[in-house]
Design a protein around this ligand. Structure first.
Ligand SMILES: Nc1ncnc2c1ncn2[C@@H]1O[C@H](COP(=O)(O)OP(=O)(O)OP(=O)(O)O)[C@@H](O)[C@H]1O
Ligand SMILES: [Mg+2]
Length: 286
């Protein structure tokens, strides 16, 4: 009840899963439908664990969505399913009405640790996708464009070991973006960065998102980061995970982290995270 009172006063909307599944979207660029997705894993001990159970959501084209939830609840699993790196045991995932069956350049991936090839220069790393797709000759001018977009204009000839963590993550972003993905999937992309670099990278990501209109799905453990960036925050329960709560962040951008409404929303999410998965019928269902 306390949570309900706070919710009514704050700059956010909470929807239950029932309301979410009724928000059906039309077929436009970058729309992800996740329907009744279940994923189990067989552990080395032989035990089968259910990572995700009945995950349902619709991510709208150009939406910035973050996934937040307890460690080990299945956030990365959900991102890997959207990437096509894993297949669900049950249920369906589609992008613009096409089933997601395998990795594809239209769904870019950025992980916590920059996965650059150490033997390639920054520009060769960024050009990698173009070469793999056989379109490098036609598109090589884009390498400098995307290096510029992420603020690495002068670093094309550098090698990954010559970059700071933030610069390497910028290069990873450029490498994903050069493929003009409809969706960018980010798994704790700034988790290994210091607080100052992290805030800079958040600004960069917002700028790129506004410029390119890419649908963003990002996993984070940082509640402030989720509020600062997202149109919507999906709170997941402990394993077997479901999306319990969807919070639409209605604060105007640019958002101020010290703003009372920001802080109120942060307290509410922390409260939900504390409850998530611990009770059968959570009181925050509205
Ligand atoms: N390939 C795999 N084989 C076996 N079990 C797996 C595999 N991938 C994930 N799991 C299990 O599935 C569960 C969810 O893992 P996942 O990595 O999705 O969690 P997470 O929410 O991303 O956690 P964290 O916040 O710590 O990154 C965990 O119990 C994990 O051990
Ligand atoms: Mg993870």
């Amino acid at each position: 009840m306390v949570v309900r009172d706070i919710a009514n006063k704050s700059a956010a909307k909470i929807a239950t899963m029932g309301e979410l599944s009724s928000q059906s979207g039309s077929a436009v660029q970058g729309e992800i439908l996740i329907r009744d997705v279940k994923k189990t894993f067989v552990q080395p001990s032989g035990e089968t664990i259910t990572a995700l159970s009945r995950v349902n959501t619709t991510i709208r084209p150009g939406e910035f969505v973050t996934l937040i939830g307890p460690s080990g609840c299945g956030k990365s699993t959900l991102l890997r399913l959207i990437a096509g790196l894993l297949q669900p045991d049950e249920g369906t995932l589609t992008l613009d009405e096409s089933p997601i069956q395998a990795p594809h350049f239209e769904r870019g991936l950025v992980f916590q640790d920059p996965t650059l090839f150490p033997w390639l220069t920054v520009e060769d790393n960024v050009a990698f996708g173009l070469k793999a797709r056989g379109i490098y000759k036609k598109k090589k001018g884009e390498v400098q464009t995307f290096l510029g977009l992420v603020g690495l204009g002068g670093f094309g000839k550098s090698y990954p070991h010559q970059l700071s963590g933030g610069m390497a993550q910028r290069a990873s972003l450029a490498r994903a973006l050069i493929n003009h993905p409809k969706v960018l999937l980010l798994d704790e992309p700034f988790g290994a960065l210091d607080a100052f670099t992290r805030m800079n990278m958040q600004e960069e990501l917002l700028r790129i998102w506004k410029e390119r209109g890419t649908t963003m799905v990002m996993v984070t453990h940082d509640v402030d980061e989720a509020i600062y960036l997202s149109d919507r925050i999906l709170v997941m329960t402990t394993r077997p995970a479901k999306i319990e709560t969807s919070i639409t962040v209605e604060l105007a951008r640019p958002r101020a982290r010290g703003n009372p409404e920001f802080l109120q929303l942060r307290s509410r999410i922390l409260e939900i995270l504390d409850f998530a998965g611990k009770v059968e019928e959570p009181a925050y269902y509205l």
